[in-house]
Ligand binder design. Structure first.
Ligand SMILES: *Cc1c(COP(=O)(O)O)cnc(C)c1O
Length: 427
């Protein structure tokens, strides 16, 4: 039973789990009482500039009138209705837009309730695709190291085996094949050797591989690494040559974050299966999507049982779809390309000089993503206090201090973020 006299902070500390946080010895938690534009308001009424977009999601900023209006209109019509045997305008509009805006060839949309679930769906599609063609020996996945694809069990099995959770769950996680992470950086001259380890693994194991799964161009939570488009281009070729499906996880990179609408476009390729999430609803509610080609859809449904065996209760939630539709409309209206390009230029100007700082190992920028990799693991509690005192919200992990602000951020607020990082290196 809980004690009603506890403050919010204290109740939270004693009773509520937070992401990747100890329940016994938790890091401090900040209470937010409001959010508007690029700013969060804390319980003590301080306003801080958000550098995280609530983990890649709030690309248009908080409390946006268009997204609010879409939510309110849909609530007054109907919030939810089951998707089994029923369809509705918000889902039809959303899937139409997604098919139109994503790379050529993706024709079928599965609406999922979170990024991890969309990855589960993608992996299950790939397995069922091969099983239905009598090739059930193709049941493994190959993935570059340093990947991150979510926290559910199939997704975990393709996360980086070292910084993921493999050691803890090794007896229950499916045994997948890992290639070295791509080494050639986005703006370096392509090094042909970079593809060889993956190529050799595929040549050896293609008979047992259902799909190659990766995050195009930017590896997110597995290390914030930014790699050369030619690597992705070669992955597409290897998949074609060896009868392997390509799953692109654009849950973090999708909807403009890297300077292209989808990071696949840097290599001018399209996947067989695409996962989207995070920014899909502009950071309002959870929603994700798995898109696939007509070939994959037909293959999945060709053999017994003839249907795809997945159906979340809240699949195609109309409220989430309506907000997503409003968010996609804003992406078009807001000139995201100009916004992201301006953020990229400023991040390069203001973060690149930090390369010379004695505590810094590397600085990387692409689109509206800025990464400062430190030489040592960052003391999160300490640096977070510094950031809040400087009027910004940045949440580092491991050695990485990184920002991916809302696209609408102005240059003064962006400077606040980069300056807080610069001064934070010395706290
Ligand atoms: C966040 C993320 C996921 C998981 O999405 P959730 O909505 O947190 O389940 C999967 N893949 C990538 C690349 C992500 O960044």
């Amino acid at each position: 039973m809980s004690n009603i006299n506890l403050s919010n902070q204290e109740f939270d500390r004693q009773h509520i789990w937070h992401p990747y946080t100890s329940a016994v010895n938790p890091l401090p938690c900040y209470e937010v009482i409001g959010a508007q534009g690029v700013k969060l308001t804390l319980a003590d009424h301080r306003q801080i500039v958000d550098g995280m977009s609530s983990w890649w999601a709030a690309i248009h900023g908080y409390n946006h009138p268009d997204l609010n209006a879409a939510a309110k209109t849909q609530i007054d019509a109907f919030s939810h209705v089951m998707f089994g045997g029923i369809t509705h305008q918000p889902a039809v509009d959303l899937c139409r837009s997604l098919i139109e805006m994503t790379p050529e060839g993706l024709e079928r949309v599965f609406l999922a309730d979170s990024g991890s679930v969309s990855v589960e769906v993608a992996m299950k599609m790939a397995l069922q695709y091969w099983a239905c063609q009598g090739a059930s020996e193709k049941h493994k996945f190959i993935s570059p190291r340093n990947g991150y694809h979510g926290d559910t069990f199939a997704a975990m099995s393709v996360c980086d085996p070292v910084n993921g959770m493999h050691s803890l769950f090794k007896d229950v996680l499916a045994n997948q094949i890992f290639a070295p992470a791509p080494q050639t950086r986005f703006d370096q001259v392509w090094n042909e050797d970079d593809i060889l380890p993956l190529q050799e693994l595929i040549e050896t194991h293609h008979n047992e591989i259902a799909a190659l799964i990766l995050e195009p161009i930017v590896q997110g939570a597995g290390g914030m690494r930014i790699y050369h488009p030619e690597y992705l281009h070669r992955c597409r070729q290897l998949c074609d040559q060896h009868n392997i499906l390509l799953i692109c996880d654009e849950i973090a990179t999708g909807f403009g974050r890297t300077g292209k609408l989808f990071a696949c476009e840097h290599a001018q390729i399209g996947p067989d299966i695409l996962c989207l999430g995070k920014a899909l609803t502009g950071g309002y509610v959870t929603l994700a999507a798995t898109l696939c080609t007509e070939d994959v859809a037909l293959g999945v449904c060709a053999g017994e049982p003839g249907v795809f065996m997945h159906g979340p209760t809240y699949m195609g939630n109309p409220l989430a779809c309506s907000i997503a539709n409003a968010s996609l409309k804003l992406i078009q209206q807001n000139h995201w390309q100009d916004q992201v390009a301006a953020i990229e230029i400023q991040l390069k100007q203001e973060l690149t000089p930090l390369k010379d700082h004695h505590a810094v190992a590397d600085v990387r920028v692409l689109g509206a993503i800025g990464v400062v990799e430190c030489k040592k693991t960052v003391d999160v509690a300490k640096i977070q206090r510094h950031f809040v005192d400087q009027g910004v919200w940045i949440r580092p992990f491991g050695k990485l201090i990184y920002i991916m602000p809302p696209y609408i951020i102005g240059s003064e607020d962006l400077t606040k973020l980069t300056q807080a990082i610069a001064t934070g290196l010395s706290v």
